[in-house]
Design a protein around this ligand. Structure first.
Ligand SMILES: [Zn+2]
Length: 136
């Protein structure tokens, strides 16, 4: 078997199979010609699964928001809303990625932390402040 290759001078050259991928000199014009691989098998590129950075960010924001409720409710609420938005976007992307992206647990963790902050920690801290104001 041989591999056909056309030189830039227009002449058709025949090269042996074992010359595929190598360079030969055109006997007609002397230019260097690269012999192509014949019947080249192209393997699909399989990308490894990746963790969604939005899911990670949703978890980090959710946990930060949860901790912030003890000190400052307004930034805690802002971070919590950011966490919920990122988590929602992350979950949509995870569904659409067909398994390439993962991190749904992280996104759900961010949502859980945010909701815990809003429903439990925020009101509890507020109640403690009211009680301590009454004592003073
Ligand atoms: Zn040539």
């Amino acid at each position: 078997m041989s591999v056909s290759v056309t030189c830039s001078c227009g002449r058709m050259l025949e090269a042996a199979d074992d010359q595929a991928g190598k360079t030969v000199l055109c006997p007609h014009c002397g230019l260097v010609v690269t012999v192509p691989y014949d019947g080249l098998i192209i393997l699909p590129i399989v990308r490894p699964p990746a963790r969604s950075w939005k899911a990670v960010a949703a978890l980090v924001l959710g946990l930060t928001s949860l901790g912030l409720w003890i000190f400052e409710p307004v930034p805690a609420l802002i971070l919590g809303v950011g966490s919920l938005l990122l988590a929602a976007i992350a979950i949509v992307e995870l569904r659409r990625s067909g398994g390439r992206l993962h991190g749904q647990g992280l996104a759900l963790g961010g949502i859980t932390a945010t909701i815990l902050g809003i429903v439990l920690i925020g009101p509890a801290v507020e109640r403690m402040r009211e009680v301590s104001a009454m004592v003073d």
